[in-house]
Design a protein around this ligand. Structure first.
Ligand code: NAD
Ligand code: DAU
Length: 344
């Protein structure tokens, strides 16, 4: 396991993982393969080329394009695939599901075929706790629980997961999967709630909190997630799924207030707006299985949110560029009416 293809490596988690792996394993070569959709951003990897030179390469391409995948596998003699590439935002999946099916389902199939064709040592699928659907109070999802995906995003991720497991059963493909909870940290596209709220708060703009704001998420620091994937890559059992989160849930209202407190901004910036259709009320993971491999989340919610807020305060060059572009059209389309309704 020395020549890694990191698909979606120009996105939020993929770029953090690329940097993490190059730092931790001096003997590894990493090729980032990324389509550079609206969410892909070479600024996320700005330092990587200079720091790691020949050990790192970037190739622009689509995981749903078999010829492009074949070419990168062959040219770089890839022995391990870690698939982060996906359409990832639930709200966008409600507006335009097409790309979700193409990338998250068909793209996964193309990568699995390449994994078989080139006889890789490992194919790792980066999945999500959303595939279990919303979880009633008192229960935490086990890896063996049935999947109850409820949005086009989570349904397409569930499709990808099932393909991975089916390829393992049918063809012996050496797959592992992690199902992670909500990541926060540097380089997260400001459509996701934490960077959206932090950057809006810095500019004294309203924080559009869906519904009553009592929905619960397990917010984990992105480097903890990267470490968990690393542990599963090196110690996980082939054919197995591992939940990956802190095991601690936080209400969105509490998260929003924490951001405002860290920035010394008034809670009156919180604006309750019309809810996301089909909004999953709660996710909750049982993480005993990955803990048995020796992994432990290192950051509490308070530490993770504080480090995240500070990063966005210190790196305004990064997010101001994004928020001044086509992002504005998206924001108007999704939030225009919601904010105009003048919720409390
Ligand atoms: P992101 O949206 O920030 O980045 C996705 C990356 O994939 C982008 O660089 C984009 O250009 C690339 N991409 C999209 N379609 C592609 C295609 N067809 N071919 C090649 N590249 C393509 O996403 P993220 O938040 O970093 O999530 C990464 C992975 O982790 C996803 O698979 C997601 O489902 C999963 N995940 C995310 C979270 C989270 O909280 N963000 C939690 C659990 C799991
Ligand atoms: O749980 C893992 C998943 O976390 C990943 O698989 C997804 O790729 C990632 O986008 C994320 O999904 P969520 O839908 O949970 O994340 P998001 O940041 O969009 O929303 C987090 C919570 O905040 C959710 O309860 C909805 C709420 N929210 C979100 C936005 C964008 C708001 O209240 N207002 C908002 O404007």
């Amino acid at each position: 396991m020395h020549r890694l293809l990191i698909t979606g490596g120009a996105g939020f988690i993929g770029s953090n993982f690329t940097r993490y792996m190059l730092e931790k394993y001096p003997g590894y070569q990493v090729v980032v393969f990324d389509k550079l959709t609206y969410a892909g951003n070479l600024d996320n990897l700005k330092d990587v080329q200079d720091r790691f030179g020949d050990r790192y390469a970037f190739v622009q391409g689509d995981i749903a394009d078999p010829a492009a995948v074949d070419a990168v596998m062959q040219a770089h003699e890839i022995d391990t695939i870690v698939n982060f590439a996906a359409e990832t935002h639930v709200d966008r999946s409600l507006m335009e599901p097409d790309a979700f099916i193409k990338t998250d389902v068909y793209g996964t199939y193309v990568l699995l075929e390449a994994a078989n064709g080139y006889g890789v040592e490992r194919y790792h699928q980066v999945s999500t706790d959303e595939v279990y659907g919303q979880i009633p109070p008192g229960h935490s999802s086990l890896e063996t629980d049935p999947l109850h995906a409820r949005s086009p995003y989570s349904a397409s991720k569930a499709g990808g997961d099932l393909l991975c497991l089916a390829y393992h059963t049918s063809f012996g493909t050496p797959v592992t999967l992690t199902r992670g909870s909500n990541n926060i940290g540097p380089y997260q596209y400001p459509e996701k709630v934490v960077p959206l709220f932090v950057t809006n708060a810095i500019d004294d703009q309203p924080l559009p909190l869906y519904g009553d704001g009592r929905q619960m998420r397990d917010y984990q620091y992105v480097l903890d997630h990267c470490e968990g994937i690393d542990v599963v890559l090196h110690q996980g059992q082939v054919g197995e799924v591992y939940n990956l989160g802190t095991g601690v849930e936080t209400e969105n209202m509490v998260m929003a207030r924490a951001i405002l407190d860290l920035l010394d901004k008034p809670h009156s910036l919180i604006r309750h707006v019309t809810d996301r259709p089909g909004h999953d009320r709660r996710y909750s993971l049982n993480v005993d299985k990955i803990r048995d491999l020796g992994w432990e989340s290192r950051h509490s919610f308070d530490e993770a949110i504080a480090q995240t807020v500070h990063w966005y305060v210190d790196n305004q060059w990064w997010w101001r560029k994004i928020k001044s572009g086509t992002y504005k059209e998206y924001y108007k389309k999704w939030y225009g009416e919601r904010l105009a309704e003048g919720g409390s």
